[in-house]
Design a protein around this ligand. Structure first.
Ligand code: NDP
Ligand code: TDO
Length: 284
């Protein structure tokens, strides 16, 4: 998404291999929890803008490995915030709707966080360290990101629904978790704008339609021409996941619309885009 945007060179890093090597950007392995290693990278690259997407982003993994979650999500964010200040970079840090308790949908930037799981707790703490240690920064909170890339670290909701239905398997989905799903291209484009234009503060970035995960799965099945009968609505309680999920989240995106001119893709267009990307990938 960064390709051809502005006059910036792009430098990629992550803790394992470069999964975007077809794009031919320079890449370094870095562990954000290792401050000296990270400092050497800042010294070498001298970034104007840093996008911090690194995290332990699975709520279930976070609750099972709290030490690691705290280390990466909080200490790692602190290292990046400190070094961004030291080297004069504008930091765009990513956070989540899971900082909220799920009692109210369409949350604004003014609503008070109150996480109900350990992942949400570490992400809220990450926001506090960014606030405390970064001079020039924006925090981008987002919700249930969907999209297609052949080399994803983790899959996402609609790709899992698609895989199960294609295999003729039933897929149990909570009908009591309300979200505003976010198309990854919308998130990437607005984040680049935030970075390049140097916007500061907190932004809620999500899709414009709110629906339950069950309804989302049904819409995905329709676009992918798969059998919706295989999608079984269940309560979150019946899901029996390791980490409890906040029930009602989803964002009010008025601030982003007004300040950034953010105008997200509709859910139907987003799902059709993902379908066309997958079809193209299969043909290639
Ligand atoms: N996906 C979603 O629906 C949502 C995501 N978010 C937030 O967006 C951000 C990105 O999430 P998402 O892309 O889904 O997460 P992924 O799990 O897909 O990717 C996280 C990345 O973090 C990297 N990473 C993990 N540990 C380290 C480390 N110690 N040092 C350097 N890099 C590390 C991983 O690198 P490697 O691949 O090399 O292991 C991986 O690429 C996170 O901050 C998450 O909290 C917020 C709301 C919704
Ligand atoms: C693994 C699994 C999940 N689900 C449901 C649970 C949940 O309602 C929905 C989405 O599950 P996921 O594990 O993709 O997402 P989940 O971890 O619930 O969601 C979050 O991801 C993190 C990173 C965030 O920050 C949040 O914004 C949110 O998008 O899918 C199933 O229905 N069946 C399954 O087999």
């Amino acid at each position: 998404m960064l390709h051809g945007k502005g006059e910036k060179d792009v430098f990629l890093c992550s803790s394992s291999e470069n999964r975007l090597n077809h794009l031919a950007y320079p890449f370094s392995n870095v562990d954000i929890t290792k401050r000296e290693e990270l400092r050497r990278l800042f010294l070498k690259v001298r970034p104007d803008i840093v996008f911090n997407t690194a995290a332990i982003a699975s709520p279930d993994v976070c609750v099972m490995n709290k030490e690691l979650a705290l280390l990466v999500n909080v200490d790692g964010a602190r290292n990046i915030a400190e070094l961004s200040t030291l080297y004069g970079a504008h930091l765009v840090h990513f956070s989540t709707d899971f900082v909220f308790n799920g009692c109210k949908p369409y949350l604004t930037e003014e609503d008070a966080p109150d996480p109900v799981n350990y992942y949400g707790f570490t992400k809220w703490e990450s926001e506090k360290v960014v606030n405390a240690y970064a001079d020039s920064y924006a925090i981008v909170r987002t919700v249930s990101v969907y999209g297609f890339l052949a080399t994803l670290t983790r899959s996402n909701f609609i790709l899992r629904v698609k895989a199960a239905l294609e295999a003729g398997k039933e897929y149990r989905v909570p009908n009591d978790q309300f979200r505003t799903p976010t198309l990854v291209e919308d998130l990437a484009n607005i984040s680049i704008k935030i970075g390049i234009e140097g916007h500061s503060g907190l932004f809620h970035i999500a899709g414009q339609e709110g629906l339950t995960n069950y309804e989302f799965a049904i819409q995905a099945a329709s676009v992918f021409c798969l059998d919706p009968q295989l999608i079984i609505p269940v309560s979150s309680f019946e899901m029996d996941e390791k980490a409890v999920r906040p029930l009602n989240t989803g964002f009010d995106i008025s601030k982003a619309r007004t300040i950034l001119g953010y105008s997200p893709t509709t859910l139907l267009d987003g799902l059709m885009l993902v379908k066309s990307q997958i079809d193209k990938h299969i043909i290639c």
